[in-house]
Design a binder for this molecule. Structure first.
Ligand SMILES: *Cc1c(COP(=O)(O)O)cnc(C)c1O
Length: 380
C-alpha cells in the first residue's frame, strides 16, 4: 500500500505552524488591518513610513525601505549600486554555494554574475579564506548570507571587503535580530536585504521585504527604483520596478515587530534544549560561535544518514525539512555552472536536516522531538 494516504503517520510535531504563530496576535493584527481599511490609503502611506522608521531603529541602521519581498530587496541593492556606477554588467559577486537560490537570483537579476564559494562546514556560512581566494579582477561585492539565523563572520569579511575595495552586502532574510556585541544583522555591511515571507522570524501575512542601509545615496536610489524609478509622481528618473511593501503588510509587521524579540528568546530556549539533550553519534549538532546571539531561524543538524533520520522522525510524527536539497549551482536555472566542483556544499546538501523550530513549540513537543532523535538507529 505504499503511497496510500491513510498509511502516512500522523504529524504530532509540525515543522512550523504559522497559524499558531499568528493566532497569538490575532486581535492586534485584525485591529491593524481594520485601521488600514478605514484609512483609505493602501500603498506608500503612513503605515509603511512608520514601519520603516521602527524597523530601521530596531536594526540600528539609518534607513529602511519596504519592498515587495526579500529577493527584490537584494536585487534592488545590487541594481542601485550598479546604477550608481559601483558595478558594471557582468561583474562578479561572491556568494556562499549552499544558500537559498534567491541569493543567486538577486545577483543575476541585477545583470551580475554569482561566484559561489565553499562555506565553512561548521557554521554553514562564508569561509573568509575561500572568499579571499575567489576574488578576481571583476569581483565587486560579497553577498554574505546569515544562513539559518547565524551571522556570517562579518569582522573578517569586512576586513577583506575593505582591503579589496568591495561592497559587503548582507542577505539577512533568515537573521532578524541575530547580533554580535550589540550589533544586529543588517548593521554590519553597506546594505542588507530582509525578507518578511510568512515563515521568516519576522513574518508578514503575505510577501514583504526591506532594504536597510546607512548609505543615504543608496537609500534614495532604492526608494525611487521600487516605485517606477520615480521621486516625484509622474516624473521618472530611472527605469525602475514596482516593488513596494503595502500598507496592510506594513501595519501587520508593526504588530509583529513588537513581539519579535520575545519570539527570538523563545527560539533560543528551544535551541538550548535541543543542544543540551540531542547527544547521538549519528547526529551532528549545529555549532554556535562564541559571543554570538543566533536568531535560530532554523535548527539544522547534519547526519551521514540524513534520509533515514528524516524517515525515522517522520514515522514518529516529527515533521522535518531539508534546507536545501539541491545547491543553486546544480539547479537547471544555473545549468551553465553545474561543472563547478564544490564538494563541501554538495555534502552539506546531502546531510542537513532542519528540526521543528518555532516560538510556539511547547515543552512536550520539544521533548518529543528530542526523544525521537535519541531513538534513531536503536535496534539496528
Ligand atoms: C527567504 C530568503 C530570501 C528571499 O526572500 P523572499 O521574501 O522569499 O523573496 C533570500 N535569501 C534567503 C537566504 C532566504 O532565506
Amino acid at each position: 500500500m505504499a503511497g496510500a494516504l491513510t498509511d502516512a503517520p500522523a504529524v504530532t510535531v509540525p515543522f512550523l505552524s504559522l497559524g499558531d504563530v499568528n493566532a497569538r496576535h490575532a486581535d492586534e493584527l485584525k485591529a491593524a488591518v481594520g485601521r488600514v481599511i478605514d484609512s483609505g490609503r493602501y500603498v506608500l502611506g503612513d503605515e509603511l513610513a512608520a514601519f520603516e522608521r521602527e524597523f530601521a531603529a530596531w536594526c540600528g541602521v539609518r534607513h529602511a525601505l519596504g519592498v515587495g519581498n526579500g529577493l527584490d530587496a537584494l536585487s534592488l541593492i545590487l541594481r542601485a549600486y550598479r546604477d550608481l556606477g559601483d558595478f558594471a554588467a557582468g561583474d562578479e559577486v561572491i556568494v556562499p554555494a549552499n544558500t537559498f537560490i534567491a541569493s543567486f537570483l538577486a545577483i543575476s537579476e541585477a545583470g551580475l554574475r554569482p561566484v559561489p564559494v565553499e562555506p565553512d562546514e561548521a557554521t554553514f556560512n562564508l569561509h573568509p579564506v575561500n572568499v579571499e581566494a575567489a576574488i578576481g579582477p571583476r569581483t565587486r561585492a560579497i553577498l554574505a548570507v546569515h544562513l539559518y539565523g547565524q551571522l556570517a563572520d562579518m569582522a573578517a569579511l569586512g576586513d577583506i571587503a575593505a582591503r579589496h575595495g568591495l561592497r559587503l552586502i548582507e542577505d539577512a532574510a533568515q537573521a532578524h535580530g541575530a547580533s554580535r556585541d550589540g550589533i544586529r544583522a543588517g548593521a554590519f555591511g553597506d546594505a542588507a536585504g530582509f525578507s518578511f515571507f510568512p515563515s521568516k522570524n519576522l513574518g508578514a501575512l503575505g510577501d514583504g521585504g526591506a532594504v536597510v542601509t546607512a548609505d543615504d545615496r543608496l537609500a534614495r536610489r532604492v526608494a525611487a527604483l521600487r516605485n517606477y524609478g520615480s521621486e516625484v509622481k509622474y516624473e521618472h528618473l530611472y527605469r525602475g520596478v514596482n516593488s513596494r511593501l503595502d500598507e496592510i503588510q506594513a501595519a501587520m509587521l508593526r504588530v509583529k515587530l513588537r513581539h519579535v524579540d520575545d519570539d527570538t528568546t523563545a527560539r533560543r530556549a528551544v535551541a538550548r534544549r535541543y543542544l543540551r539533550a540531542i547527544r547521538h553519534p549519528l547526529i551532528v549538532l549545529p555549532h554556535v560561535e562564541e559571543g554570538e546571539a543566533h536568531a535560530w531561524h532554523l535548527f539544522v543538524v547534519r547526519s551521514a544518514h540524513r534520509d533515514a533520520l528524516q524517515r525515522h522522525l517522520g514515522d514518529l510524527g516529527v515533521q522535518t525539512l531539508v534546507h536545501y536539497p539541491v545547491p543553486p549551482h546544480r539547479q537547471p536555472a544555473y545549468a551553465g555552472e553545474s561543472t563547478l566542483d564544490l564538494p563541501i556544499a554538495d555534502r552539506l546538501h546531502r546531510e542537513v536536516l532542519s528540526l521543528p523550530m518555532s516560538p510556539t513549540l511547547d515543552s512536550a513537543a520539544i521533548g518529543h522531538v528530542i526523544d525521537a532523535c535519541l531513538s534513531f538507529g536503536a535496534g539496528r
